[in-house]
Design a protein around this ligand. Structure first.
Ligand SMILES: Nc1ncnc2c1ncn2[C@@H]1O[C@H](COP(=O)(O)OP(=O)(O)OP(=O)(O)O)[C@@H](O)[C@H]1O
Ligand SMILES: [Mg+2]
Length: 254
């Protein structure tokens, strides 16, 4: 079966800085991959490249078998138009550390905004879907609340519902729990665990090694814009091969 993601020798520079330095990674359909690594190692940049929030300057990425950002004609690559890129970006939903909900809209409006304006779904259908998603994340009673009236953990669960409302083929999470008070982390991880069980393809940048150990099919350790090593969580987190990975895990584990 076609992998959901194939990243091949991806590089991304910011001026002289190599934020990504030849990253290759495959993610199968239904797989949950956790990416760990020190600050500045390129984790967010990699997710942003997968979702075309950044344009890569070397290598190639295929999402669900489709080359992203470019169209091949013969042996030439032509950059896609903004419109084509916007279409491709719908394949992946992104959940950020800081929720990024629309503050002037209620929970329900936040969730139906994309389906109604971007996907042109009938409003009644979008609302029915949104109510099912609110149920799924355990927040049916909050449909008419504004984001500022919710806890961080509730806002993050709404952000997940909003991403799911676009019916993405995969979800990218960038440290979804690191802005939360410790007692709110569990509810968000529980929603993510359910999504994983339901077969959603997920790439999760996280420092929650317990979650990685329990839910991930594979853990990837990045440092300096490179994938240093990867493997099943039991192996990578308990008996990493590289000294750099060992040091990082020792520093993160409580
Ligand atoms: N828009 C940008 N302009 C310039 N440099 C950038 C930009 N975005 C990221 N960088 C740099 O690229 C490198 C990788 O950053 P990135 O945000 O991907 O790291 P990270 O692994 O997500 O770190 P953290 O754990 O702190 O979130 C860093 O050195 C960062 O300063
Ligand atoms: Mg980051």
């Amino acid at each position: 079966m076609t992998p959901m993601i194939v990243a091949l020798d991806v590089s991304k520079h910011f001026g002289p800085l190599k934020a990504l330095d030849g990253v290759s990674l495959e993610v199968a359909r239904g797989e949950v991959v956790c990416i760990i690594g020190p600050s500045g190692s390129g984790k967010s940049t990699f997710l942003r490249c997968l979702n075309q929030l950044e344009r890569i300057d070397g290598g190639a990425i295929w999402v669900n078998g489709e080359l992203i950002g470019y169209r091949r004609e013969g042996d030439r690559l032509h950059p896609l138009s903004d419109r084509e890129i916007a279409r491709q970006r719908l394949a992946s939903g992104m959940v950020f550390q800081r929720f990024n909900l629309f503050g002037h809209m209620t929970v329900l409006q936040n969730i139906i905004e994309g389906p109604v304006t971007v996907l042109r779904r009938p409003r009644a259908e979008a609302i029915a879907d949104a109510m099912a998603l609110l149920e799924q994340v355990g927040l049916s009673d909050k449909r008419d609340s504004y984001p500022a009236e919710l806890s961080g953990g509730q806002q993050q669960r709404i952000a997940i519902a909003r991403a799911l409302a676009m019916k993405p083929e995969l979800l990218l999470f960038d440290e979804p729990t690191s802005a939360l008070d410790p007692e709110l982390v569990g509810d968000v991880l529980a929603v993510m665990r359910d999504l994983a069980k339901g077969g959603m393809t997920m790439i999760v940048v996280t420092h929650e090694l317990g979650f990685a150990r329990e839910v991930a099919n594979r853990v990837v350790f990045m440092d300096n814009g490179r994938v240093v090593e990867q493997g099943p969580p039991g192996t990578l987190l308990s008996t990493p091969t590289h000294a750099r990975t060992r040091e990082f895990i020792a520093a993160v584990l409580p």
